[in-house]
Design a protein around this ligand. Structure first.
Ligand SMILES: Nc1nc2ncc(COP(=O)(O)O)nc2c(=O)[nH]1
Ligand SMILES: Nc1nc2ncc(COP(=O)(O)O)nc2c(=O)[nH]1
Length: 533
């Protein structure tokens, strides 16, 4: 392709060398998210560069020239054999030749902007450039939250700015401490466009910095979403599939749930499950699961009463084959209680659908054995690795229990990223009731926010949960009944309503409930109480 630029002379003998570049992207014209996906594809289709990692996706208010559309921003890590100037030329060709950027004026609207932020000739050596064409590191890096926030997800908290010799993450925290630079950022989870419209789940958090100690922690400030459970387990002794009558009544039930929740909240996530995942429950076959869940997903998707920008469909499955059929039927989210542990094909399937979201939950063992795997003794760190826990009260947050949950979830998350799942697809879930005893479930709920403030640095890579939304599923679970004395799960809805409000107070971004009608009220109340946006 015309992008296949000749390897510059000075790199001829180094062409086996791979250079690492960090490129910030921004788009606020046209189909913004499509432009970003296209830019990544064009880089990957070259012979000299490959995108190795991608940050979360952000929406940001325009800086400098404010009278323009909001931007989608993020950061790419790429490996290249190009010199900095050749990489700049390559980026310009993508912007202008491929994505038809029309530069009206400085800081003006653009279909895509690819800025080289950092350029390294190896793990440690930064390459500095300062001429009339190109300045590396980017001269305005330290004033741009929409660049530093995504960049820090890739380079880690310890990466020093090559000029100031200060960690870039510190520049970001200082920027937040002295400006509203974080207020302008939303974290986005992209979902499949429908009706030609971009669709996102949106989350906003703020980093609170303690002036005295410099300690900082991040907390959610945007409204939590309601996820209503639609467990589709047929009553009759059919072949495990839904009889037409049952499908009609399921659809009526869904319409009622959508109406109830949208009467209170901006949007609703429907979680369709064709196979119960309660510990020790009998597992339906994949065929039964498909026969139950897929017809309902299709019926919901083709129902005109449900506005696409307010009604999101999740399918609760740990099977890749069910997830694929669910996505083809119109699911926006795959909700996997096993965090990819039960089906080795799941991550690559999710990676093939970069606009489908994925709930990565913590669990241990399998449906039959998980209840016995509740010993969270301290996990020693392997040599050279380091954990960051920016917690409010670091006492219990840094306990072996919380750290072990975070670390085990981070290991699964790392595997997902290694299978090319994008960060922007991931929602994490601590797995309430999965390989946890009752008292542990209560502690877990209290430390939801600390999960988001957990990062794990080991010699080979850096993983952070910063900027990832957290989903919790406390509804009707046994630990509630043990406290309230309600033997029957369906008698636990009142307590679940109260607990859902507490989950929002402790930082949950999505709460998964059976009684969506009443919980949408308690969650709405909790949003008013605990969330500013
Ligand atoms: N929110 C937001 N605001 C912006 N303002 C100006 C520029 C111009 O950037 P340049 O100096 O690299 O051309 N880019 C953005 C952007 O990407 N996001
Ligand atoms: N993400 C997520 N999904 C889940 N699916 C099923 C159950 C089991 O509860 P149910 O069988 O009552 O739905 N719990 C969760 C949960 O806690 N989180």
């Amino acid at each position: 392709s015309k992008f296949d630029l000749p390897v510059p002379q000075e790199f001829k003998n180094l062409s086996q060398n791979r250079y690492i570049a960090y490129v910030a992207y921004g788009s606020n014209v046209g189909d913004r998210f499509f432009n970003i996906l296209k830019a990544i594809e064009l880089i990957n289709s070259s012979k000299h560069s490959k995108v190795t990692r991608v940050s979360s996706l952000f929406q940001s208010e325009p800086m400098y020239f404010t009278d323009q559309n909001t931007f989608l921003n993020g950061c790419l890590e790429l490996e290249t054999s190009l010199s900095p100037h050749a990489l700049l030329k390559f980026c310009k060709e993508i912007e202008y030749d491929e994505l038809k950027r029309v530069k009206q004026f400085d800081n003006g609207p653009r279909s895509i902007d690819l800025d080289i932020i950092l350029f390294k000739s190896g793990e440690e050596e930064h390459v500095l450039v300062n001429d009339d064409q190109l300045t590396i590191p980017h001269p305005r890096l330290h004033e741009r939250s929409f660049v530093m926030e995504p960049l820090c997800e890739l380079v880690g908290h310890a990466e020093l700015h090559p000029i100031t010799a200060e960690p870039i993450f510190n520049h970001l925290i200082n920027l937040y401490a002295k400006s509203n630079a974080e207020d302008v950022l939303w974290r986005l989870i992209p979902l499949p466009a429908r009706g030609g419209k971009e669709r996102f789940l949106k989350f906003k958090s703020v980093t609170v910095v303690d002036e005295m100690t410099g300690f900082h922690t991040t907390k959610s400030v945007s409204s939590a979403y309601v996820m209503g459970i639609l467990n589709v387990t047929p009553d009759s002794f059919s072949d495990g599939g839904l009889l037409q009558g049952e499908l009609d009544s399921q659809l009526e039930r869904t319409k009622q749930m959508v109406m109830d929740v949208l009467d209170k909240c901006e949007s609703v996530i429907l979680d369709v499950g064709g196979c119960s995942t309660r510990p020790n429950s009998e597992q339906a076959s994949a065929a039964e699961e498909l026969n139950r869940a897929i017809p309902l997903v299709q019926a919901i998707r083709s129902c005109k009463d449900f506005p696409n920008e307010k009604v999101f469909i999740s399918v609760d499955t740990y099977r890749a084959e069910v997830a694929l059929k669910a996505i083809e039927a119109g699911a926006d989210i795959i909700n996997d209680i096993s965090g990819g542990k039960f089906d080795a094909e799941m991550f690559s399937l999710i990676a093939n659908h970069p606009t489908v979201a994925y709930v990565l939950s913590h669990t241990r063992g399998n449906i039959r054995t998980m209840s016995s795997k509740t010993d969270y003794a301290s996990t020693d760190l392997t040599d050279g690795s380091h954990e960051y826990i920016f917690a409010q009260d670091s006492s219990d947050a840094s306990s072996a229990f919380i750290r072990t949950i975070a670390k085990e979830t981070a290991e699964q998350y790392r595997k997902a990223l290694d299978d090319n799942v994008k960060r922007w697809q991931i929602i994490i879930d601590p797995g309430i009731g999965f390989a946890k005893k009752s008292a542990q479930n209560l502690r877990l709920i209290k430390h939801v926010e600390d999960l988001k403030n957990y990062s794990y640095q080991c010699p080979k890579h850096f993983t952070t949960f910063r900027n990832l939304p957290v989903l919790v599923g406390p509804s009707r679970k046994k630990f509630i009944g043990e406290i309230t004395g309600d033997e029957k799960p369906s008698d636990r809805d009142f307590a679940t309503g109260a607990l859902s409000a507490s989950c929002v107070g402790f930082g949950a971004d999505i709460v998964r409930v059976h009684d969506a009608k009443n919980c949408s009220k308690t969650i709405k109340l909790a949003n008013a109480l605990y969330r500013q946006v």
